[in-house]
Design a protein around this ligand. Sequence first.
Ligand SMILES: [Zn+2]
Length: 222
Amino acid sequence: MPTATVEDYVKRLYLEQERIEPGALVQPGRLAAAMGVVPGTVTTMVRTLADAGLVHYELRAGVRLTEAGERLALHVLRRHRLVEQFLVKVLKYDWSEVHEEAEHLEHVISEKLLERIDELLGRPRFDPHGDPIPDAEGQIESRPNRALSGCVAGEKLRVECVTAQDAEFLTFARENGLSPGNRLTVVRSDRVAGTVEIRRRDGKTTTLSHRSAESVRVSDAG
Ligand SMILES: [Zn+2]
C-alpha cells in the first residue's frame, strides 16, 4: 500500500496538472511550493515516485503522472471528497472545516467504509466545495468553469467550486454567497485596483481581491 506521503504527492500533482496545459509537465519548483517543502525534498520524492512507476520525470523540465499515478491520485481524491461530503451531509460539519479532517482520513479509510458512505449518500457527484468526486472506476466529471477573476461586469454566474482550502477563506466565501450552486452577478471588475465586486441574489454586494477571485470557479448561469 502506498504511504500517506506518496498519496499526498500524487494527489497534489494531479491538482497542479489540472491548472496547466493538458500534457505539460509540472515544474519541480511549483510542486515544492504546493507541497510546502524545499525543492530538494521534491527531487528526492519524485525519483521515488518514478521508480514506483507513478510519475514520468524529466530532469529539470518537470514531472507528470503516469496512468498508474493518475489512477492512484483519483482514488485518493475520491476518498477525500467523499469523506468531506459525508462530514457535511451526515455529521453536519460546516463545509469550511471538513478539509483538514479529510486530509487525514483519506489515507486510512477502508474500501468497505468508503463504499458504505458512497451508497448512503446516494453516490454524490460533487463534494461540498463543488469539486467532482471520481467514481469507483476513476471516472471524473468536469463541468466547464473559469475563474471569477477573469469575468467582466454584467456577467451572471453560478459558483461551481472554490479551490482555496483554508478555513478562513471558505468561511468568508460562505458568508458572502460564494458557496457552490449560488448565483451572482459581476458588478465591476477593476484590473488596476485588482478587485472584483459581485452582487448576490439577495442584493448584497461584496468586493474580493483578484487573488481571492482566482480561487472561485464559476460557470455561466443560464
Ligand atoms: Zn478538501
